[in-house]
Design a protein around this ligand. Structure first.
Ligand code: NDP
Length: 483
């Protein structure tokens, strides 16, 4: 059944607002219109920053006890739990991912708010012993107004990942979800309103990156920027923020190595190699998009992976049996198919996929069959660029030193997987990999309490874990002469 087309509003100063222009939201599984969202402009973005500034200075938020702040975040988590199914379905309808993945995202968002709800009254300074006649200590203060630019691949999970610590630390927030996928973040605004968050503390403005996003990152009245998205846009944002010396937390692209040594548990490694690239149709910064197979297991592993990949069930995410949903948009689908073409032109060997599905029921959706290329090299586009689709590039190696060199032969350094039962080898390879996060005998593992950030062009700063607080606070160092 086609859901009713809805008209949405954005959230400014504790109220629901609209603007003269709107944009259309499309269900990626069917190409049908599911809603209209206001296209806020520069003026609304400016207003949101002003509103957030006033809220930051108001006693309602500034003087709120940290414990109470934490309780509000806990209440947001509780409301999200109450509306678990509704929010999960909304994420799938808007973004396209299979429902079970959306459920995992909602469960993550709940845990994130609970984690930061609990952390809110543990954000503190320290005393520093200097000399007996001086008392020296640090105060950890919120930055002020923080801007959050959210991508379309994990609208809820990545949105809440940065909003929750910013609020826990006492900032006020202006967030801009991606134009393609604003719906679940607007739900968070609704829960925040019901949880007693003072007006103006959280503002969610729907609009384009080139207008609202640009205004947020170039405003001298914004005190901190969090961005997740492409490396290209990340570069632009850092350059813009440099003009006003605004701190940035950037989580950017990846071309992540997943390395299989011959002594690994093959059954699990195959399953996880599939999961690492085909989850969310490969639209993940931490996708295991480069698979390095040791020559001793190359043929067998690839054969089993091909077999399992061809059994993956494509379909609309709302169908509980679906394992692989559509790309988020027609544009992304075409982009991915463009990479497939370049792989063929560059001489990589297509093992499976590489096309849109034949099933007429999927014709209007933005699907791409799960795709595997073998005999890939780091100089091919499919071997070094972030595709952000269900396309796996397979490489062959024979020695640990060689695979480390190949794995590091990229502009990115976000995530890596290492599969071996040899503890010494694992330890050595983990140490040599240029990646901010490494999983051994696992893949796609993250917790609200573990820091997540990239090396090289994959970003700067850390999301998750108490380390994230360093981006959302500044330190004031105080010395009192007590002699
Ligand atoms: P972008 O990096 O352009 O978009 C991510 C977010 O940034 C969106 O909210 C977008 O708004 C906003 N934005 C865009 N331009 C600006 C700007 N100048 N100033 C401030 N905000 C801006 O990614 P795309 O959507 O264009 O996707 C292209 C490719 O980027 C993908 O194929 C993928 O490779 C990569 N990507 C990586 C992500 C990751 O998690 N690492 C996430 C998303 C994309 P809006 O879309 O509303 O215009």
């Amino acid at each position: 059944m086609t859901p009713q087309v809805q008209t949405y509003k954005f959230f400014l100063n504790g109220k629901w607002a609209t603007s003269t222009e709107t944009f259309e939201l499309i269900n990626p599984a069917s190409g049908e219109t599911i809603g209209h969202v206001p296209r806020a402009g520069k003026e609304e973005a400016k207003e949101a920053i002003e509103v957030a500034r006033k809220a930051f200075e108001s006693p309602a938020w500034r003087e709120m006890e940290q414990t109470k702040r934490g309780k509000i975040l806990m209440q947001i988590a509780a409301l999200m739990r109450e509306h678990f199914d509704e929010v999960s379905k909304l994420e799938t309808l808007n973004q396209g991912k299979p429902l079970r993945e959306s459920k995992a995202d909602v469960a993550w968002a709940i845990r994130v708010f609970e984690y930061w709800g609990g952390a809110a009254d543990k954000i503190q300074g320290e005393t520093i012993p200097v000399t007996p006649n001086r008392l020296t200590y640090t105060l950890r203060e919120p930055l002020g107004v923080t801007a959050h630019i959210i991508p379309w691949n994990y609208p809820l999970a990545l949105g809440t990942r940065s909003l929750a610590p910013a609020l826990a630390a006492g900032n006020t927030v202006v967030a801009k979800p991606a134009e393609l996928t604003p719906l679940t973040l607007l739900k968070v605004a609704e829960f925040a309103q019901k949880s007693g968050l003072p007006d103006g503390v959280l503002n969610i403005i729907t609009g384009s990156g080139s207008v609202v996003g640009r205004e947020l990152v170039s405003s001298p009245n914004v005190d901190g920027i969090t961005f997740t998205g492409s490396t290209e846009t990340g570069h632009q944002i850092m350059e813009t923020a440099a003009k006003s010396i605004t701190p940035v937390l950037l989580e950017l692209g990846g071309k992540n190595p997943n390395i299989i040594f011959p002594d690994a548990d093959m059954q699990r490694a195959v399953q996880m190699a599939k999961y690492a690239i085909f989850t969310n149709a490969g639209q993940m910064c931490w996708a295991g998009s480069r698979l390095f197979l040791h020559e001793d297991v190359y043929e067998k592993f690839l054969g089993e992976l091909k077999k399992q990949t061809e059994q993956i069930k494509l379909g609309p995410g709302l169908d509980e049996k679906t394992e692989l949903g559509p790309m988020v948009s027609k544009e992304q689908q075409q982009r991915v198919l463009g990479y497939v073409k370049s792989g063929l032109e560059d001489g990589a060997k297509l093992i499976t996929g590489g096309q849109t599905p034949d099933d007429p029921a999927l014709r209007n959706g933005f699907f791409v069959k799960p795709t595997i290329f073998a005999d890939v090299s780091s100089t091919m586009k499919i071997g070094c660029e972030e595709i952000f689709g269900p396309v796996l590039a397979v490489f062959r190696f024979s020695k640990a030193e060689e695979v480390v060199r190949m794995a590091n032969e990229t502009q990115f350094g976000l995530y890596a997987g290492v599969w071996t039962n040899d503890l010494k080898l694992a330890h050595r390879v983990v140490g040599a990999l240029q990646a901010g996060v490494v999983a051994v005998n696992d893949y796609l593992v993250a917790y609200p309490q573990t820091p997540f950030g990239g090396y090289k062009d994959s970003g700067i700063g850390y999301e998750n874990g108490l380390q994230a607080i360093s981006h959302y606070t500044r330190i004031k160092s105080v010395t009192i002469n007590v002699s």
